[in-house]
Design a protein around this ligand. Structure first.
Ligand code: KIV
Length: 282
């Protein structure tokens, strides 16, 4: 059975931890869906880990739609949440609703995620009014990287901690079904989780969150340009891939690949006839 926004709320009520990972393509989506993850986030982190940009700001709505569609074809059980990219929900509320609608209609996601606190309330309400579930994203919001001055822990002083609490309560009131809380001290994240009735999915926000999310390329050790403190590497696929590529090069150069089992055969007489013609022509 598909994990839904009701499953999110039930998990919070039953104190069951929610698991979420990012994916950007069909094959990975299928693997992690079969692995049993509750939700798959098609994150705009794709700008960094798939497209090779320095931030998420370059990602377009068309990019997101392409990757959402690919992921959707691979997942049968997980709830699919698509990130609204930079500028797709900032210009006007009308545009935000239209773009969120495209994410659902064309991208086949079940919900959208957008970054920001109180300033996003009217936008969130309008998208929710269009029957599109919205997930919030507070704390370190990578689309505000230039305003925040870098990838830094958020909510450490009293003013910022109180602002974060206020933002979380306001988003809940506006109708989001959950909030991603990124790079926030554990104690503050715990307090926010206790105050809210909706689940808080942490990334760099400690163990008391109602669930956790990680970027798949980080946790599998594929993306090595920059590894935040909060990432746990559950595998080191970069090493495995390097080994596989070296073995492949070695075997091709020394003619150990391909072997008979990788090769197609044909009728011997026909082949001899073709060689005979070749000899006559030369
Ligand atoms: O884009 C993304 O992958 C995200 C996660 C870091 C939560 O927003």
């Amino acid at each position: 059975m598909r994990f839904t926004i009701q499953s999110f709320l039930e998990a919070k009520a039953k104190k069951e931890k929610i698991t979420m990972l990012t994916a950007y393509d069909y094959s990975m989506s299928k693997i992690i869906d079969e692995g049993g993850v509750d939700a798959i986030l098609i994150g705009d982190s794709l700008g960094m880990v798939v497209q090779g940009y320095e931030s998420t700001l370059e990602v377009t709505l068309e990019d997101m739609l392409y990757h959402c569609k690919s992921v959707a074809r691979g997942a049968k059980r997980a709830m699919l949440i698509g990130d609204m990219p930079f500028l797709s929900y900032h210009i006007s509320i009308t545009e935000a609703v239209r773009n969120a609608g495209r994410m659902v209609q064309e991208g086949k996601v079940h919900a959208v995620k957008l970054e920001g606190g109180r300033s996003m309330v009217e936008t969130i309400k309008a998208i929710v009014h269009a029957q599109i579930p919205v997930m919030g994203h507070l704390g370190l919001t990578p689309q505000s990287i230039h305003t925040l001055g870098g990838f830094k822990v958020q909510g450490k002083d009293e003013v910022k901690a109180k602002a974060l609490i206020e933002d979380a309560l306001t988003l809940e009131e506006a109708g989001v079904f959950g909030i991603v809380l990124e790079a926030v001290p554990e104690g503050l994240a715990q307090l926010i989780c206790e105050k809210l009735h909706i689940p808080v999915i942490g990334i760099g926000a400690g163990k008391y969150c109602d669930g956790q999310v990680l970027v798949i390329n980080d946790m599998l050790g594929i993306y090595s340009d920059f590894t935040p403190k909060f990432v746990k590497q559950y595998a080191n696929l970069k090493v495995n891939i390097n080994d596989a590529v070296s073995n492949y090069i070695e075997e091709v150069k020394t003619q150990r690949f391909p072997e008979a089992k990788h090769t197609f055969s044909m009728d011997g007489e026909l082949l001899e006839k073709l060689y005979e013609e070749k000899r006559r022509q030369s």
